[in-house]
Design a protein around this ligand. Structure first.
Ligand SMILES: [Zn+2]
Length: 164
């Protein structure tokens, strides 16, 4: 459910167009309330574009909070020290890392199911031990997340659908 603030009156409404684009998105919105303040919308911006911008901002904020929490939690389990964590917009990847422990994540992953987000975080953290995708790397991922394959496959099959 999205709360839409219009003319100072807050009413509940569902964004049908958003609902149609991603099931995961709707499930996530059920867990939290986002306010789109149409009252302060500039006149030259379309309602749909304005709502989309609001959603993107909301997902980026979610990413800043949730991904940092996940990195902190899983870094202990993987057994690595992390450096700077950044949330970015990538066109064709979910995350990246440097040998110094700096990590970057694509905010778009926040539209995926929670365990898939965990998988992406664990994947990058395991690269701090093993920089390639060798069997040794996947063994490390499996140690931390025994059912990782399911989430890896979900991302391969559905990642392209994570679009607002
Ligand atoms: Zn990788």
């Amino acid at each position: 459910m999205v709360k839409v603030s219009s003319g100072g009156v807050v009413e509940e409404a569902v964004f049908e167009d958003v609902k149609a684009t991603s099931q995961a998105l709707v499930e996530r919105l059920d867990e939290a309330i986002m306010i789109v303040d149409f009252f302060n919308k500039p006149d030259d911006i379309d309602h749909g574009i304005y709502a989309r911008k609001g959603l993107i901002t909301w997902y980026k904020r979610q990413a800043e909070k949730k991904i940092r929490e996940k990195v902190e939690r899983y870094a202990h389990i993987v057994g690595v020290e992390t450096g700077v964590i950044r949330i970015k917009s990538f066109k064709s990847r979910w995350g990246s890392c440097t040998p110094y422990g700096d990590l970057e994540f694509n905010w778009v992953i926040m539209m995926a199911p929670n365990r898939v987000v965990d998988y992406v975080v664990i994947h990058e953290l395991c690269h701090l031990i093993q920089m390639d995708h060798s069997p040794q790397f996947w063994r490390e991922v499996e140690r931390v997340m025994p059912d990782y394959f399911e989430h890896k496959e979900w991302l391969k099959d559905n990642g392209h659908k994570l679009v607002i």
